[in-house]
Design a protein around this ligand. Structure first.
Ligand SMILES: [Zn+2]
Length: 159
């Protein structure tokens, strides 16, 4: 879908070069994810997507829920939604913590990044997270995966 994207400048943590990539410009409800290779990105409309509600419900039932603050809760939800979606064209999972890859050395571990000044926003056509595999699963299997991914994401956030 068409999304306003803001240009960011990254400094590669491996080779030190500077490169540019896009992030979703603060637009209510639209979230952007990179895949683990940092080569593909996708967006999702968190408000219109029923999976966010299901993940939230599962999270709220977890015994550790009261001890997790609001910000990590948001990260857990985004991480689970990304992992239950189809992988990227290169077969990797999308991840809310993943960063765009350096075009020179391929590392996706920038050591710093910031919005370019003055800010640049460009409307771009970005693929939407798809869920072909998930949608084909029976309800019971979906619940099982949902619980498993929520548990994993919570353990990571408590590390
Ligand atoms: Zn690099």
């Amino acid at each position: 879908m068409k999304v306003p994207m803001r240009t960011f400048e990254y400094v590669c943590g491996r080779c030190g070069c500077t490169y540019r990539a896009f992030q979703v410009a603060s637009s209510y409800g639209t979230l952007g994810f990179w895949d683990e290779s940092g080569k593909h990105n996708a967006v999702v409309d968190a408000i219109g997507d029923p999976l966010f509600g299901r993940v939230t419900t599962t999270l709220q039932r977890h015994p550790a829920f009261p001890s997790i603050n609001e910000r990590p809760r948001g990260q857990v939800i985004q991480r689970v939604v990304a992992r239950l979606s189809d992988p990227s064209p290169s077969g990797q999972a999308y991840d809310p913590d993943a960063k765009p890859a350096c075009p020179h050395c391929g590392a996706s571990s920038p050591k710093e990044w910031r919005s370019v000044e003055p800010p640049e926003v460009t409307e771009l056509e970005i693929p939407t997270l798809s869920r072909t595999v998930w949608n084909a699963l029976p309800e019971a299997k979906q619940e099982e995966l949902l619980t498993q991914e929520v548990n994993d994401a919570i353990s990571r956030s408590l590390e």
